[in-house]
Design a protein around this ligand. Sequence first.
Ligand SMILES: [Ca+2]
Length: 272
Amino acid sequence: MLPLLLSMVWNVQPALAQLYEPDEEHPLITNVVADPSESQLTSNCTWKITDPNNDNYSFNQEYIESGNELGALIDNDETTYWHSDPKGPNLNTQDLYIQVDLKRTDIQQFYYTYNRRGDVYNGSVRRGVLWTKIEIKGTNTPEDNSSWVTVALHEGLPSETNENVTWPYTAPRVDMPQAYRYLRFYARYSDGHTYWCMSEFQMYPAVEVTDPLTKLIYLLDRTDPGAFEGGTDPGYYAEDKGLRHTTYPTTHRPPTTSSKPPRSRCARHLRK
Ligand SMILES: [Ca+2]
């Protein structure tokens, strides 16, 4: 198994050189305030809830009363959420979006993440309604409507009831033809609803993966997702974590009479 694995690593070196991951240490959206000229997030369809007896109001009271509904998207709290206006606007027939002002012009590749709701109401967790088709447009001259360029269209995104993905969900990387400061995320579908809502939203720079061990983990996960526990098997001791993985899928179980090579041997192969 190990020689086969290492030969697979060797054979896909060109692809590995282009691996990217989100730089989660440097989120791109950090300032969301009521003043739209200052805020990094704005929207043309925010639900302005005025009835304090509305149960959506109580969960987001702080943000609603300060006029900063979008602030609920970056507080790292899945019980607070932003909701598009469900009474009038219709994402199936109108251009409804959240707009990002990156406040910088050097981002050309990025990842974005968002989370479903997790507020508990009458004893049950409410997941809300997520967008499942998103069109992303960018520009550096937002006042010129004709300047907005489509940079990505993501379809078939997981609905809020999907338990087979990791939440918050990270969408595929977006590679723009050039760096744009302003981005619009249009909701194009939400499983037949006219609105959508979510508890968190964030963007991260896409950075190239350079660490050999991280590359190998990516390769294993991409080759057979979920087959290798933690992405570090087979053939690897996670020595830097002081752990040895002992749970193997039956089809990948190594011979019991052989011992795994030390990590240094694997590292030497990767450097060839
Ligand atoms: Ca939140």
